[in-house]
Design a protein. Sequence first.
Length: 153
Amino acid sequence: MTAADVALVTGANKGLGREIARQLAGLGMRVYLGARDETRGRQAAGELAAAGGDVRFVRLDVTDAGSVADAVAVIEAESGRLDVLVNNAGISSEIGTAVPDITADQMRATYEVNVFGVVTVTSACVPLLRRSANGRIVNVVQPPGVADRAERP
């Protein structure tokens, strides 16, 4: 990675995604902090930028192809390429539900974010990644409930 590298981190307004964004910015990268919630996303990006990193908020809901396209358009307009894509956004909608009580709707919601969201974002970013001399994709997978337990010790 070089100081001129450009990264997008999905699900980056808290937890592991925020830490990934912080560390990439610490390496001198321009980091696009992707988050569904604009208020929390802007706050996280502002805090990381205030600490000295080039961190920019981009509204990104991985389940909404229009939102993904808009985020990619912002990155293209401002940076012209993408060197690192970190697919970090993820949910576990079935956490706390006994196995016999898990519903198809819970599993659909999980798959929409954790599987189809990754495909949607990756597909949209491929043209920008191809403009990089060394484009990389990192898919983050957390064991179910890890993020939840981390926020409620």
